[in-house]
Each structure stands twice: as structure tokens, then as C-alpha cells.
Design a protein around this ligand. Sequence first.
Ligand code: GLC
Length: 738
Amino acid sequence: MKKNELSELLKKMSIKEKVGQLFQPIGFAMMDDPAITGPLLESFKMRQEDVNICGTVLGMAGAKNARKIQQDFIDQHPHKIPLIFMLDVINGFRTIYPIPLAQAASFSPELAEECARMAAREAAASGVHVTFSPMVDLVRDARWGRVMESTGEDVWLSSQFAAAVTKGYQGEDIAAADKLGACVKHFAGYGAPVAGRDYNTVQLTERTLREYYLPAYKAAIDAGAALVMTSFNTIDDIPATGNKKLMRDILREEMRFDGVLISDFNAIGELVNHGLAADLAEAARMACEAGVDIDMMSSAYINNLEKLIEDKVVDESLLDESVMRVLELKNKLGLFENPFKGADEKLESELILCDEHRALARQAAEKSFVLLKNEGQILPLSEDEKIAFVGPYVDNKNILGAWSIMGKAEDAISVQEAAERILSGWDISINQGSPLLDADVKLEGFRGHEDEVYEQAAIDKMLEEAVTAARTADKVVLFLGEHVLQSGEATSRGQLDLPHVQLELLQAVAEVNTNIVVVLFNGRPLDLRMVQAKSAAILEVWMPGVEGGTAIVNTLTGQNEPVGRLPMTFPYSVGQVPIHYDTYSTGRPHRPGQDKDRFVSKYLDIPNKPLYPFGFGLSYTRFEYSEVVLDTDVIAVGSTITAAVRVTNIGDTDGTTLMQLYIHDVAASVARPVKQLKDTQHVRLAKGETQEISFQITEEMLRFNTADGRFDSEAGQFEVYIGDSSETENVATFRLEK
Ligand code: GLC
């Protein structure tokens, strides 16, 4: 449709019909098992008359479903306006690849873009038009379960992934049959809840918000994200969903976002709980004035906006502005010309879980694994060894991640299945060893409860069998981890340790065999002190998706080298949390080795250093790095510095390392982080090979939110670090002259 045709359509609509376009129900009234991703409130009554005029629907998919529902809906709609079908496609549609935190560990945004493109192909063929992804909330607190959905603690890395994933979903034209509209979320600062407790208050200074939390949303918006989703939390004590400064001044004016702003699930209704709105009518007014276009799963708009406008409490121009944005989105999606878009049953069945998609999911998993420890090069395993595979994740297919709504565990390849396929002829015993969960833990997913019940006798028996197998093995590989539903939405935890029943298994095995490799399945950084103490090697595999088992076996046997690096700090203990590498020095910095100093910033009972730092990860070989060499030690606006380091593979096999460039602004008008990641490069070297790698340092890299509110660089001294983790001390200095 042309713009003027949209305006003509708008003019024909009654106020009630216009309000309907801003109402988003779950697809209850249209299909039998939509995904339920939020609280279904007694107060929220789904009236058919409201559903008949709604503009978009949440939580449904299926080509046949979508085509029928769309046709039936248009046939009955007074102006034949098509629906937009929206769904959380977070790490794949049906071919599920690693969770976003794992994708970030690959430090390969281009791979994440390819995965998003694949997810869009499957979802679009299944009738989905928009995905509520990428989630780009910066995170520093592993107590918050949604870190699994983020791309970690770093501003630069999260921004790279935000742009790449948006492009992967949207391509050049979201009207294309195999593309999705992307909805970047949750705007803003949702990843910083006080005490790591989901939905809790967020307390950020405006500078911190702008310096650390906003850039990744902006990267997605600059990449063309068609929608933005509001966050549940407050910003400066005003809930984001009713926050005019955040939504109109920052998002719309400064970031120049002119797409659709959708609330999170019932977030408009929750303005009452926040104590901002006295009732749903006031909540509707506040959200509408803040420029929230779509009301997801609250009755605030559908039950109140019409009267607010008739009573001239809300100007009809605000309603028209929001409705026009929704109609423009439908137009960009091509739904007026083709309301079925990519929905195609034959293509759907051909694409879902096809070999090409599985291969990509396997590659994404293999690139996401992080080798945290490998004492005595116990890994990779070899065929002439007697190996015991032990643990609740040996034969567990529930490895897709908490947001894999359309994914099915039965699609996944477990470790045991992969070993049976790939390692025939190897001497490998298989024992579960323990339950996954401690007895008192009850978990809830999108489709009901998940828990496991074992008699004590059965627990004792599986432990005894595992220890017997471990006793006579050359090496034991323990497959341990969180339950898939122990991370994700509404899963905040006060402790970060593994289920105690699994730690008991680790302890029992360690008493009979010290050659232990731990393979870790989890959605967040955990307290790994005991795992580190009792094992010779640790391989972090996160929630690896449908090809997880194959990717893990390929990595354990050296067919695949672990190249992942940590996108989020693993704390020594939960007492350090929130923790992140890009901290400020403080006035009394704790210097390593000077623990005797009393008046410095430290703890009495735990170290300052994390167990594993941001950017850390090992290879199956070892590397040596030369000092940092600069081609000049002065930079100005418009000029660059080339910073170079020679990298040598001093190990026994070919391998890949990730070179990381960090910058430190030594003195500025505000405190600046001791390091900030500004660039990375993967370097693959044959055994014994040396390569010189170089980075370009630009003045733009040095810009920040200055004390007087500008975004600019300031003249002075800088340090540049180049190494293979955020703890590198390989440093050179330069000066910015202005
Ligand atoms: C949930 C989540 C949000 C998701 C939405 C729709 O509450 O906060 O990330 O996209 O509801 O499912």
C-alpha cells in the first residue's frame, strides 16, 4: 500500500477499531496450544469482540494454522486488515542452536547472523512475521536467570551481536518470504535488576545507562530493527513502559527510532503495580503518552483508550500516531498484498531440522564451547583409553535452552547418542550417576511443570554404579549442569552452585579417580570452585541446542578445537556479584599480591579476582605473545594508530586463539574503566607458526559520555592492551592530542 492509502484506511476506522490495532492477545482464541510466556491474570478477560479487531497476535505458529487464522480473521474484519503474528524466536525456531550467551562466547557475530537467518527461514515458512529478538540487555549479575538470553557483559561485543542478529532476521526487506521483523528488547536496562532479582528495580545513573546499557539497543536500531519492546523495570524511578523521557526523548528523538514500540507482557497493566498509575485507565494514558504503540496482553488499551479519547483525556492524534505505525509495519511486512507472507506447509516441512540447518546448529555449538581448564592436556580424549561417561547430562536431550518455545527435546542429539554414532570401537562406559536436580527443586516451563522423582535406593544404586565404572577407567568425563529451566525468565537464584546431588557425585568419583573432565551445561556463570578443585579439565558447553551431543563429542575427541571465550565473568563466588571486567579503578585499588594492605578495595574472606575472567578460554595448543608495538604513540582526530603483536603457536597442534584489543583512558573528566574491549581477531596458527596481527586504534574508539554531557574523546594518556583475555597485562601507551 502507498502511504496515502494507509492514511485513507486510518480515516475510515472508528476509534474502537483503531484501539483494536494496538491490542495484542495470546493466540488463545485462534489455536489450541499457544506458548504462554507471562502471567494470565484473572482481571484480563479475552472478549471475542476485542479479538475480532486486534492488530497482532502473540505466541502462535504453524503454516497451516497461520493461513487459516489469517484468512478467517480478514474475512470478518470490518476493514480486512491482516494480523501480524509475533513469536519469541530466540535461539532458533525448531532447529535450535546455542543460547545467545553461548553464541556470544564464539565472538563471531557473523555466525550468529547466519543462525538468525536460518531461524527466520524456518519461522517465516511457519507463518511467523515478527520475532521478539534480539535481546540485548547488558548483564553483570549471574543471579539473574535471563543472562542466558543476553550476549554478556561487554558493550562492544553486545553491540556487534545486536546488529548482526537483527540483520540476520531482517535481511534487506522484511517483506521477503523468508525474513522476520526483529524486535530489540528490553528497552531499557532490564539486565541490571537490583540483587539480580527478575523484574526488580533498576538503579542506574543516566551516564551509566548511556555509557553501558543503551549502545547495544542503538546498534540494533541502527541496523534497522522494526520494533522495540519496553522493559518491565523502572528507569530513574519511572517504569520504562510509562517513561516519556526514555521513550520519546531518548528512543524516538535521540536514537531516531520510528518503528513500533510494543510493551512487554502486561507491562502497561503493571504500571498500577509499580504505583505509577492509580488504575488501568491512567496506565493506558501514561503508556500512550510515552508512545507505546502495542499493548501486549493487558486490557489497559482495549478497555480504556476509546473512552479516554472521547473524554478528551488523551488526544486522538496520539492514537492515530500509534495506529499508523502499526499499519506501516504491516505494510513493510507486505501483509496488505500478501497476508500469508511466507507461510508454506511444504517449505515448512522441508526446512525444519533439515541437514543444512542441523549442520549450522552444530557449527554454532562447536564455536561456542569454552575450555576453562585442561591440566596435563587431559583433553582431547584418545581411542586407546578406557573412558567412563558419567552424569545426568550423559543421556539428557533437554539441552535447548529455556526460550526454545517451538523446539522439542526429542530433536536433540544427546551425548550418549552421539558417542554411540561416532565413537564405535571406543571403550566407553555410560552411567547417569545421579539425578539432575536436588529433590526439593520444582521448575516450571512454558508448558507446565518439570521435575524428577527418584527413590533413595535408586539414587544410591546409580551412584554406586558410576563410582564402580570410574574406579577402573583411565579417564572420567562428568556431564553436569543446571536444569534447562534453572535459567531464563523468572529464574533468579541466590546461590550459583551446581545441584548438590551432582556435587556429591563429583566428590565420590574424585575419590576413586583424579583424571576427571567436567562438561558443563548451564545458562549462566556458576560458582565452579569445587568443580575446578576436583577436575583436571572443564569444558563449558552452555545449552548447546539440537546438535549439542555431536558437537561435544567432536570437541572431546579433538575433531573440533574449543575456540570459545567467556562473554561473561565467572565469579569466585556469588559474593562478588555483580562483577564485570570493565570496572573503575576506585581511589584505593587492590593491587594483586598486596593483600596485606588494609585500606584498599577488597574483601576479608574472598579474593577480588573472579574464578574465570571475561574473554578467557583455552585451546588444545598454547600461544606466546610479543609485546605491543605501536607505529606511533600520538593520535589525533582523523588519524589512527596501528598496534601490532606477534603470536606464536608453541604447542603440539594447530590451533586458534582470540586476540582482544582493550583500551584504558588513564585520566578523563569522569572515571573510566580499567579496560574496555574495542576489537577482536581470531588467529589460526599451525604448530610452531608465528604471525603478526595488528589492530587499528581510532579516535572514535576513545569517545565516551563526558562530565559535561557530550559524547566525545578527551586529550591525554591512554593504555592499549592486546592479549587473550581481559586479564592481559600486555600493554603500550599513547597520547591523544586535540
Ligand atoms: C515475556 C518476556 C519477553 C517476551 C514476551 C513475549 O514476558 O519478558 O522477553 O518476548 O513476554 O513472549
